[in-house]
Design a protein around this ligand. Sequence first.
Ligand code: SF4
Length: 497
Amino acid sequence: MHAEHNPLFKRWKKGDKRVALVYPSSYASGIANIGLQQIYAEVNSIEGFVCERFYRDVFDCTRSVETGTHIKDFDVILFSVQFEEDYFRVARILSMLENTKALRVAGGPCVIENPLPLTPYFDYFYVGEVDYDVERLLEVVISDTEDENILKSETVLELSSSECKVNVRKPKLESHLTEQIVGEGVYGECYLIEVGRGCRRSCSFCVVRQIYSPCRWRDWKTIVEVGRRAKSVCKKVALISPSVTDHPEAKEFMWELVNMGLEVSPSSMRADTIDQEMADLLVACGQKSVTIAPEAGSERMRRVLRKGISEEEIFEAVNCIKGKINNVKMYYMIGLPGESDEDIDAILRLTEKVKKSGFRVSVSVNPLVPKPHTPLQFAPFGGAFESKSGKNALDSIKELKRKTGLLEKGFRKLGIRANVEKPENFAVQTILSRGDAEVGKYLLYGKSRLLRNFRNMLGEVSFDRLPWEFINHGYSSNRIRREYERLLEIALKTVAV
Ligand code: SF4
């Protein structure tokens, strides 16, 4: 870990309650997470509370970054759980703390998606976006009560099998952090500016659109003010939002920040928002590469994913950046319902075409994880339908391995650097993401055993009430079911099953 600038640090004094803020993944991604910075700032602003941070790669999550204090000496332990693959580490850390009095609280995207596999390890769950609400959270858990979306583990279990619902807290984006920690994170050493939350698009695989809806933007003036503050601390800002350039005033504030002399890094953007001006702006921002996420190679599969980007739009974007930015990163998913070898080949052809347009291309390919709350939550992992094709979950993994083999070979032939992920890891993520408390009990035994015991959960999910539907994100469950049926019609219409 590099040295960091931390104006939010608070020294512990006798009588203060210690709060551990645990990010069970790397320091680089944790320090680039604006939500964690907000929680840290809020706890430290409350009289009688002190917050310290824990990361996977700093003392293996057992001692704090600030003072090296052991996690067992804290009164409240707040875990921010962002990725399913971190569940194993979370279970391991918490099983070490079984005999301590610390209250164990979980929040973060995985909790507002489906907290059930984590119920054996936590006392409390915060179901919602916790910013501006940290004081209430601490009051509730310390007084051993419950309140609206601050739920005890046993309540979560009861709700999952009842008809009751919990409304997810989705606050207005109020004031932005002016003071923040600056460390070496995934966007480099920079200030973070959250320009918006949620996404107005409707990709069928995307959990962000569902669990962070409605889409909320920060106003132009606030963004620029935080930029001014950043200028006194560092040379770079990272703009945080699922799709920064969808902000109605994105170009205006990006130019303003560039004109202040700042390097600007948009965390994520859609290819169809790149026109000539945006391409010039990205150069002025200091961007050396552009990410394009067609997600699928063929138009048919992109319709299943409701990605809303045509090949024409991809090449319009590519033509705009030509001669200005030479590196393109492309993201794809495989294992989609109704996917054929032609769709796999289409990934290779599309990437080849971009390379031939004069770019240095790198590629990342992941198997689709059908996520709770999305229309594709019902889909079988790997995209193969047992009843229709006679295939089972193990066949799906084998089939995905065959497809990843085809892609690796194809990309090698094209001289394109590709990171094609292993299907097993994504099968495990699927089990965890759609799992229950029973699945959670196996976290201490590792991935292989989990996969062996629960591989029957990789198939298509029935339309019965789903255990995570007690979490109310404001969508209608029937609408999601109808959307899935429509997507399957597109997916299965043109292939033999
Ligand atoms: S554009 Fe990105 S963030 Fe928005 S719905 Fe699609 S995948 Fe999700």
